[in-house]
Design a binder for this molecule. Structure first.
Ligand code: G3P
Length: 225
């Protein structure tokens, strides 16, 4: 399961990258707004920091297919290969996906709330489709279930498209999709950090350390023996 950071906070991205096995970064216009700086400059900083080959997902904001394609070309020129053009699912967006796919450009269909939006985007050539799990929960649907259904539909139709589940509020939502074999998730730094936190683990580490010190001496490690 590809695991991406849904953030444009460079400090937070660097921290997560230091400790976690991460495949890239996803952004959207709201995330870039929260970063509080020039969006393209920040995206370039993220690209420059990430390891070679990491995915960077960047969203277009134009409302016609022709303009979306121009934006996509500009984004790729500025940010280089392994940049995925995120396009919301609406008629002009789907038209742009079809054309960009023919041009060999990587596409992530985003703002997905229904399985059929995902299916049509996949058929139009999207490599990833991004259902908004928690936002679905917030409006009375089961976001995890919809993301699972999309995964099953894509699998049954042998489509060359993965679910990139987005919009998580908690680790349980991530677990439920991981268990289902979903292709990719993107989550905020705080949700990612929670994936490895457990009070019992911290307590076990503390006990092991104290036991070792009691037998080998304070602040000793195996290197001292
Ligand atoms: O990329 C889409 C995703 O960022 C939405 O997440 O947390 O704003 O619902 P959220």
């Amino acid at each position: 399961m590809y695991t991406l950071i849904d953030s444009a906070d460079l400090k937070a991205i660097k921290k997560i990258y230091e400790f976690f096995p991460i495949d890239g970064v996803t952004t959207n216009p709201s995330i870039l707004k929260n970063a509080g700086t020039n969006p393209m400059e920040r995206l370039k900083e993220i690209r420059a920091f990430m390891p070679h080959g990491a995915q960077l997902h960047v969203q277009t904001v134009s409302l016609t297919a022709a303009e979306i394609i121009k934006e996509a070309e500009h984004i790729l020129k500025e940010l280089g290969e392994n940049t995925y053009i995120k396009i919301p699912v609406f008629d002009q967006g789907i038209k742009a996906m079809k054309l960009l796919h023919q041009m060999g450009i990587n596409i992530t269909a985003t703002a997905i709330y229904t399985p059929m939006q995902a299916f049509i985007a996949a058929k139009a050539g999207a490599s990833f489709v991004a259902p908004y799990v928690n936002r679905l929960d917030n409006v009375g649907f089961d976001g995890v279930e919809i993301a699972r259904l999309i995964h099953d539909i894509l699998t049954r139709h042998n489509m060359d498209t993965m679910v990139l589940a987005a919009s998580f509020k908690n680790t349980q939502q991530v677990l439920n999709l991981c268990e289902h074999g979903i292709g990719a998730i993107t989550a905020s730094p705080s949700v990612l950090e929670q994936l490895i936190n457990h009070q019992m683990t911290e307590s076990a580490i503390e006990d092991f350390t104290n036991d070792f010190f009691s037998v080998a001496g304070e602040d000793k490690t195996m290197l001292d023996l």
